[in-house]
Design a binder for this molecule. Structure first.
Ligand code: PLP
Length: 280
């Protein structure tokens, strides 16, 4: 079934959704994006995603492509037109189409595109079995706090993980895990969750932010510090968070079984709590 996508103000069948070959997102990865999960037709954590979009746009010196209300209406319209029960909305803003020149073009409208993807997020078999992660060097640029469409390093990292039977790659810099290629990284030791503090070295995950609030409400303590792969191998549990995976247990890191190879109680509980709230 053909999807209805959004391109610069128009809702079109996906085969008709086209952008210029001169688009700066295509030529320079000069743009930012957001992915918002949908459960039972409802956008999850929509406001924090839009706050982060605003920050990303500001950091790359771009203005808003449309009003806040239009952006929300676009998300809701895509859910409706594509009859999305579970899945997500991907949206991308670029600095627009212009002659190829590194410096910012003058008087060019940004490109705003979005599409919906249907996927069963609640009954995810990976959440029951747990997933495998492999470590790779973090070869990204220095501003990972910006949700940039420049994703070649994550593509290479994820592919390396996939080729070793992994679901995700954890990126390592100066001997410490930064984050996953498209997720934040956590270990659990003696009931305490450990994750890297926010900085320009990682993306401030929206799911991470919700997890912090829910953990506090449920008396789960979180320690914000970097950890090494070696410490992770010895952890009681490990998990990742992202908008479309929620809280996903990890049972193997670099061929080392974590927590006896089963999703651990803290990870399972946090997933349950996150989903409970999303459904409420
Ligand atoms: N870190 C990176 C590098 C990501 O690309 C993502 C999501 O795509 C995340 C973390 C998780 O962020 P969120 O929870 O907002 O999906």
């Amino acid at each position: 079934m053909s999807r209805i996508v959004y391109v610069n103000g128009a809702y079109l069948p996906e085969s008709e959704g086209k952008i210029s070959i001169f688009d700066r997102g295509f030529l320079f990865a000069d743009g930012v994006y957001e992915v918002t999960a949908v459960i039972h037709g409802k956008l999850i954590d929509y406001e924090p995603h839009i706050e982060r979009l605003e920050r990303s746009l500001g950091e790359i010196k771009m203005g808003w492509p449309c009003s806040n209300a239009q952006l929300r209406a676009m998300h809701e319209e895509l859910v409706k037109r594509n009859k999305i029960d579970q899945g997500w909305i991907y949206m991308q803003v670029t600095r627009g189409a212009a002659d190829r020149d590194f410096k910012f073009p003058k008087d060019v409208a940004p490109t705003l595109i979005a599409f919906a993807q249907s996927k069963n997020l609640l009954d995810n078999p990976d959440a029951i079995k747990g997933v495998k992660v492999v470590t790779v060097p973090d070869i990204r640029w220095m501003r990972r706090d910006i949700k940039s469409v420049m994703l070649l390093a994550p593509v290479l990292g994820k592919q390396a993980a996939y080729e070793k039977g992994g679901f995700e790659a954890w990126m390592v810099e100066d001997g410490m895990v930064t984050e996953g290629t498209s997720s934040n990284a956590y270990i659990v030791k003696d009931g305490r969750v450990i994750t890297r503090p926010l900085s320009e070295k990682i993306l401030a995950g929206v799911t991470r932010r919700s997890l912090f609030r829910l953990a506090k409400e449920n008396a789960v303590s979180i320690e914000e510090r970097a950890f090494s792969p070696e410490e992770a191998y010895e952890a009681d549990e490990a998990f990742l968070t992202s908008a479309t995976n929620f809280v996903l247990p990890i049972v193997e890191i670099d061929d080392k079984r974590i927590g006896g190879g089963q999703p651990g109680p803290v990870s399972r509980r946090l997933r349950e709590i996150y989903i409970e709230e999303a459904l409420s």
